[in-house]
Design a protein around this ligand. Structure first.
Ligand SMILES: Cc1cc2nc3c(=O)[nH]c(=O)nc-3n(C[C@H](O)[C@H](O)[C@H](O)COP(=O)(O)O)c2cc1C
Length: 223
């Protein structure tokens, strides 16, 4: 499965089977986390066989069941932590999809569990991602259209830009809000604004990663 297939096939999954993440899949996932932590400076941790975070009424309200594994996005406190966690967390989500795993970003409907992961005093937990083998592969959510999220006329945009926007529209956002706006500011320069709402800076990082994959990083630079 290539990364564009992972983008198209990924949907949030909230109900998981008992099947454990183990063997080569576990090893590959852990190796990817190590690689991403080295590249980003984050302290992302995989928690396996830990059901407590998703057992409370809060998780049930969020319609979660069978969540025994999750990824914890942790990094040094700072202005760009949310965006960085969004960007690298989504890299992991798409990698997990290619391994046959399902995921769901979760900012609210889970509980913090003492001792399940380590957060240093200068660090912050930005978000978690439920992960495992889903009871199903989820379903496609409603999406805004290209013209809803770009500044300017669709007809005047280069193909690589529109490919990037299509990919961005397949990105998960908190409560599917898709508050971002993307603008071609110069021939090869793109600006993106997060918009107002909860967790829009995490969304921003996620959407930026999708745009880069869809548009091709060689075609443009962020403004
Ligand atoms: C930053 C962020 C936080 C989220 N928090 C929650 C959450 O607390 N509970 C939940 O059930 N879903 C949560 N989601 C999942 C979104 O509701 C979901 O991604 C969105 O509805 C789009 O659906 P899709 O991922 O299937 O495309 C979150 C997603 C993001 C990106």
């Amino acid at each position: 499965m290539n990364i564009n297939d992972s983008i198209k096939n990924r949907h949030s999954v909230r109900k998981y089977t008992e099947k454990k993440i183990e063997g080569e899949v576990l090893e590959s996932l852990n190796n990817k986390i190590d690689e991403i932590n080295t590249e980003s400076g984050l302290n992302i941790q995989l928690v396996t066989d830990e059901p407590k975070a998703f057992q409370s009424s809060l998780a049930k309200y969020g319609k979660f069941s069978g969540v025994n594994n999750y990824i914890v996005l942790i990094g040094k406190k700072g202005r760009y932590l949310s965006e960085t966690c969004g960007y690298y967390g989504q890299k992991l989500v798409l990698y997990a999809q290619s391994l046959g795993l399902n995921t769901c970003w979760v900012a609210l409907t889970y509980n913090k569990v003492d001792g399940a992961y380590r957060v240093a005093s200068d660090e912050k937990l930005a978000c978690v991602i439920a992960i495992g083998y889903g009871e199903n592969h989820g379903t496609k959510s409603n999406s805004k259209s290209v013209s809803d999220v770009i500044d300017g006329s669709v007809d005047e945009m280069p193909e690589w830009f529109l490919d990037g926007v299509e990919s961005a529209l397949l990105a998960p956002t908190a409560v599917n809000q898709q508050k971002f706006k993307i603008k071609l500011v110069d021939e090869n320069e793109v600006d993106i604004q997060p918009g107002l709402g909860f967790y829009t800076n995490i969304d921003l990082g996620i959407v930026k990663y999708h745009f880069e994959v869809g548009a091709g990083s060689c075609n443009f630079e962020w403004a």
